[in-house]
Design a protein around this ligand. Structure first.
Ligand SMILES: *Cc1c(COP(=O)(O)O)cnc(C)c1O
Length: 443
């Protein structure tokens, strides 16, 4: 498809400024964007350039207003430009934006993370979720003195080489790179498993006895659409990793401080060995972190031999934004009830819409403030099921939602987020737009 010739509309009007700026962006930036999903390739059309955001709303450079259900892919749990965060950041940046030396803000946020996340005794800050997962598996490998890792089909852990791996056809234990540039050496040390399939994991451990350093998982999968874990599966995974002397790594870059103040591990009552964090902990700034038991974290440099570093790691402005976000969440745990109530209202409305609009083969999945609409005939429990979804229908649905001022993810395999800045009216508007959009898609 010629991506360039198609343009989205807002209430029937073309987005001229976005369209022109995208053409210019393509001259200087590969694909015109700094992260591929933003190019809207999987839904067609050109991306929308955003000028500003406030609360639950964003405005594009053509002046169109949207209710935002992407929220920068999850970080903005308090909505856009929350005044408490903006003020704290202003005050911090005026005192200088980086020193490459310790600051108090780093200690404040680390203390808060340790207090809030059950399994974390010590935490190291980095600049992105990608860095967090890369560093966590290096640490796991060093700690266990084993090379292999297991990751699940459809889970995303950033773009580190070890994670850009897919299962080879035929045998699940034979892996292939999912991007050119990833070497054979790296590929052979990542084993791909199927989500929600405990038998599969048992078989992998049997075939790789004493070789698996760690199993990394999104405890609620949010990068193949939304896929919920079966409790037997998560509990079984905890047991088997413990028995086999492997570390269990929860990648809570999305779920951390999102599904409860202590993340999915607190919600499910499962204690991983290591946890990776990102998104919310930066309060809208580029931050990641990884943490776990002191005994494991203590082998990191400078206390131990495992090297890991960063010029801008623990950046004071980012730390302040994250610290205030976490502090607000800790002091106002009602936010999670509120988000769940909003989610429930959204769910009720969408389930009704599916019934009365005549839509066929639509699955709505929700966990608290996370949700996703699969254009799929069956319930989705892993990546194989997710890939059976109709991306054509999602693309048509997306265009209809945008037209109505509802900004959702430009991909069937991404999810929607709610923030404490969203109100019941925002949800009502979503439900109305959802009804009309489903009607159009299934007409
Ligand atoms: C977003 C994400 C990452 C990567 O984080 P970046 O900050 O984009 O590098 C890792 N794991 C999960 C589960 C994510 O959703």
């Amino acid at each position: 498809m010629d991506n360039g010739s198609l343009q989205l509309t807002f209430k029937g009007v073309l987005m001229k400024k976005s369209s022109n700026l995208y053409n210019e962006a393509c001259k200087y930036i590969p694909g015109g964007v700094n992260s591929p999903v933003r190019a809207f390739r999987s839904v067609g059309g050109k991306p929308i350039f955003i000028e500003r955001g406030k609360g639950s709303k964003i405005w594009d450079i053509d002046g169109n207003e949207y209710i935002d259900f992407v929220l920068s892919w999850g970080p903005l749990i308090l909505g856009h430009a929350d005044e408490r965060i903006v003020n704290a950041v202003k005050e911090s940046v005026e005192k200088g934006s980086s020193f490459g030396a310790p600051t108090k803000a780093e200690v404040d946020i680390a203390r808060l993370i340790v207090e809030m996340v059950p399994s974390i005794e010590k935490v190291r800050m980095v600049n992105s979720g990608t860095e967090a997962t890369m560093s966590a598996i290096r640490l796991a490998r060093a700690y266990t003195r084993r090379d292999k890792i297991v990751k699940f089909n459809g889970c995303y852990h950033g773009h580190g080489d070890s994670f850009l791996i897919k299962a080879g056809s035929g045998s699940l234990t034979y892996s292939l790179p999912s991007s050119p540039g990833v070497t054979k050496c790296v590929t052979k040390n990542t084993i791909i498993a199927e989500y929600n399939d405990l038998e599969n994991i048992k078989k992998i451990f049997l075939e790789n006895k004493g070789e698996i350093s760690s199993v990394i998982i999104e405890p609620i999968a949010g990068n193949m659409g939304l896929v919920l874990p079966e409790m037997d599966f998560l509990n079984g995974l905890r047991e088997i990793t413990k028995e086999e002397g492997s570390l269990l790594i929860f990648d809570e870059v999305i779920t951390g401080f999102r599904v409860s103040k202590g993340g999915a591990q607190e919600y499910f009552g499962i204690t991983p060995d290591l946890t990776t964090l990102g998104k919310i902990i930066g309060g809208g700034f580029p931050v990641g972190a990884f943490g776990g038991r002191s005994e494991i974290m203590n082998i990191l440099a400078p206390d131990g031999p495992v090297y890991q570093a960063g010029t801008l790691s623990g950046n004071p402005v980012a730390m302040i934004a994250g610290y205030h976000t976490l502090k607000i969440l800790k002091e106002n745990p009602d936010i999670y009830n509120y988000l769940d109530k909003l989610g429930e209202k959204l769910e009720d409305g969408i389930l009704d819409n599916i019934k009365i609009s005549g839509a066929k083969g639509v699955q709505f999945v929700r966990f608290g403030s996370l949700s996703c609409l699969f254009f799929n005939n069956d319930k989705v429990k892993n990546a194989i099921d997710a890939l059976n979804s109709s991306t054509e229908r999602y693309s048509a649905y997306f265009k209809e939602m945008i037209k109505r001022g509802i900004y959702i993810a430009p991909s069937q395999f991404e999810i929607s987020f709610l923030s404490s800045a969203h109100g019941r009216d925002d949800i009502e508007n979503f439900i109305k737009a959802n009804y009309s959009s489903l009607k159009t898609v299934f007409d």
